[in-house]
Design a protein around this ligand. Structure first.
Ligand code: CA
Length: 232
């Protein structure tokens, strides 16, 4: 009763969480294999045709970060990090190392499966390499050829910086973009503690695209990590 062809590697040393993840995957029809150590994970990654990696950061032998670094040396497979709530810094670092997304424990089965689908969709889209000329998310639409943004079919006036920021999010729908990554892409700043400029730009943009900027529907804040354009 497999509905998906993807083969998922679940790396988690906590047996309860691992079982929970496995039941969720099974119920959805995903094929999976598990590892409870970093060494076991690396061995499986090189010997099995893994399509997506679900990775706990706190492992008994190797740090999860080290596994991301190693995997990225040879593979672009989607990597979703699973971590505890108080590890915001680690989450951001994991994303910067090349992880695609993260889940905070405890998480629901629905959330887990949604993130997996988003990561896979994003991965295959990249395989099609070209970004489509027009992307629509809810009532928000961007036309890359004309460099225009529309909200509920009305043209939206945005500044060049706002456009740059929006197009970055539209090219990464559903993905968390870290503050560090955004600063680098928009301003070319390699690392900066000056997140104030980004916050100001984001505030301005939200006033234009969000009905309630305090409770954004499109670009949500991922506390301590960055931002995400939500595809509903
Ligand atoms: Ca753990």
């Amino acid at each position: 009763m497999s509905y998906y062809n993807e083969y998922i590697l679940v790396v988690e040393d906590d047996i309860k969480i691992r079982n929970y993840i496995c039941y969720s995957l099974q119920a959805e029809g995903f094929r999976y294999i598990t590892a409870s150590t970093g060494q076991g994970a690396l061995k499986t990654l090189v010997s099995e045709p893994i399509d997506l990696l679900l990775l706990d950061l706190g492992l008994p032998d190797i740090d999860g970060m080290e596994i991301i670094r190693k995997v990225r040396e040879w593979s672009e497979m989607p990597v979703i990090v699973v971590s505890a709530r108080d590890q915001d810094k680690e989450k951001a670092a994991a994303l910067d190392l090349g992880a695609d997304d993260y889940l905070t424990k405890p998480f629901s089965s629905t959330e887990l499966l949604a993130r997996i689908r988003v990561a896979l969709r994003h991965f295959y889209k990249q395989g099609g390499n070209k970004t489509p000329a027009i992307i629509q998310v809810g009532g928000l639409r961007i036309d890359f050829e004309k460099r225009l943004v529309y909200l509920d079919d009305k043209e939206l006036h945005v500044t060049p910086l706002e456009y740059k920021l929006l197009s970055l999010f539209f090219k990464n729908v559903g993905k968390v973009l870290t503050t560090k990554y955004i600063l680098k892409e928009i301003w070319g700043i390699d690392y900066s503690s000056d997140t104030q400029v980004l916050r100001a730009l984001m505030a301005g943009l939200r006033r234009k695209i969000e009905k309630n900027p305090a409770k954004p529907r499109y670009i949500v804040t991922e506390v301590g990590v960055g931002y995400r354009l939500v595809d509903e």
